[in-house]
Design a binder for this molecule. Structure first.
Ligand code: SF4
Ligand code: SF4
Length: 82
């Protein structure tokens, strides 16, 4: 999963780009639900939020590293829930 840091300027550009609705406004800045973020696996070749963020404040979450297989499994689970 990816992570939004406190460098976020709350511009709201990333939120509508997320195919998994994983991004929402948090207490002070935007946040990513790691249970919903597939790093865009299943939807796009690149993480869409990273592509659009004007201040590059969306790194990979060092405490939430997943393999390609795990991300694909999450994508399958999220798709089945819809
Ligand atoms: Fe959403 Fe993709 Fe960003 Fe994860 S990497 S928060 S799935 S846009
Ligand atoms: Fe924050 Fe970047 Fe998303 Fe804008 S695009 S709300 S700065 S994380």
């Amino acid at each position: 999963a990816l992570l939004i840091t406190d460098d976020c300027i709350n511009c709201d550009v990333c939120e509508p780009e997320c195919p998994n609705d994983a991004i929402s406004m948090g207490a002070e800045f935007y946040q990513i639900d790691p249970h919903k973020c597939t790093e865009c696996v299943g939807h796009f070749d690149e993480p869409q939020c990273q592509q659009v963020c004007p201040v590059a404040c969306i790194p990979f979450n060092p405490e939430w590293r997943e393999t390609r297989e795990q991300l694909e499994a999450k994508y399958e689970r999220l798709t089945a829930e819809k």
